[in-house]
Design a protein. Structure first.
Length: 312
């Protein structure tokens, strides 16, 4: 009998305390729902802004084909707006060539630095070099352009006997600018590898250099590819530093030291001279659309590389 009374008393006490717990739980659920809607709203706003920019630039750029044929725009080398000729092939070609040369210069240096910082440098040196490397990312691009215009261009001019402007000085500047990005991400990819890979390679008789070259670098390939693609994205979109050293002549370059123009510098150089809605203005928007498409393509490549690395 007493046990039944005690059980009923405990049930009453638990029922009396239940509303307090329920009210607290309801408040927590309400706060969670509010934060979820805040995050969803923020993501929707960012997505709407991005898609609005793409749609606006795309609609303005496509209007170019009302006065210029796609074949002329993409494959002609004659850019003479005064004669209604808008051949953007030299700009696209120079952009891709400049980016390729910059990557070829930067990647060996970045990978060497990443291996040194991850596997060779002592801890005290790495703690100094890593912040110093990250510091290069924060330097304004106009500073790089000023150094290139006052140091690299005159030096190349003396060596080659020309004016010094062209794709090569722009690629050298871009290589310096993207080097910290490639180096930092590559170092993180190498340092994140499990230690058993290096231990197993050394145990099998491989030297330290053979281990780094034939084991660590292939194992860190997804992270390194991501670093290279991110560096390419920055190189393609860079404007001011390139504008100061490339020469800005709307012509097809015959060598790396010929003055030429890339997509970004062509937009900056001509935008202030055009009327909104004109064929010239629309052609510049179409070049901006090309830059967006290239950037989005690089992002998709990064996603594909990341998914493949996860599957492995």
């Amino acid at each position: 009998m007493n046990s039944i009374v005690d059980q009923l008393t405990s049930n009453v006490k638990s029922d009396a305390s239940r509303p307090v717990v329920t009210k607290w739980t309801q408040n927590q659920h309400r706060q969670d729902r509010m934060m979820r809607w805040v995050f969803v709203g923020s993501a929707a706003l960012v997505s709407a802004i991005i898609f609005s920019i793409i749609i606006f630039v795309g609609m303005q750029g496509i209007k170019t084909f009302q006065g210029v044929s796609p074949l002329e725009f993409f494959f002609s080398t004659d850019w003479t707006p005064g004669q209604n000729k808008f051949g953007a092939f030299p700009f696209l070609y120079s952009t891709l060539l400049m980016t390729l040369v910059a990557v070829v210069i930067s990647v060996p240096l970045a990978l060497s630095g990443a291996l040194f910082m991850a596997k060779i440098a002592p801890k005290w040196m790495r703690e100094i070099m890593r912040p110093a490397t990250d510091l290069f990312v924060g330097i304004p691009s106009v500073v790089y352009g000023l150094i290139g215009m006052t140091v690299i261009v005159p030096a190349l001019g003396k060596i080659t006997g020309g004016i010094g402007y062209g794709i090569l000085p722009a690629a050298i500047i871009l290589a310096i600018m993207i080097l910290p990005t490639i180096l930092s991400i590559s170092e993180d990819a190498i340092r994140s590898l499990p230690g058993r890979l290096e231990e197993a390679s050394l145990a099998l008789g491989a030297t330290r250099w053979q281990t780094m070259w034939r084991v660590l670098l292939p194992a860190a390939r997804p992270g390194i590819l991501t670093a290279i693609i991110l560096g390419m994205g920055r190189a393609i979109g860079e404007t001011m530093a390139v504008f100061m050293v490339i020469g800005n002549s709307p012509q097809m370059p015959k060598s790396l030291l010929d003055s030429t123009t890339v997509l970004t510098t062509a937009i900056v150089k001509d935008m202030g001279n055009t009327n909104y809605g004109s064929t010239w203005n629309n052609a510049l928007y179409l070049m901006a659309l090309l830059l967006l498409v290239i950037s989005l393509s690089l992002i998709l490549i990064i996603r594909i590389v990341a998914k493949r690395s996860e599957l492995k």
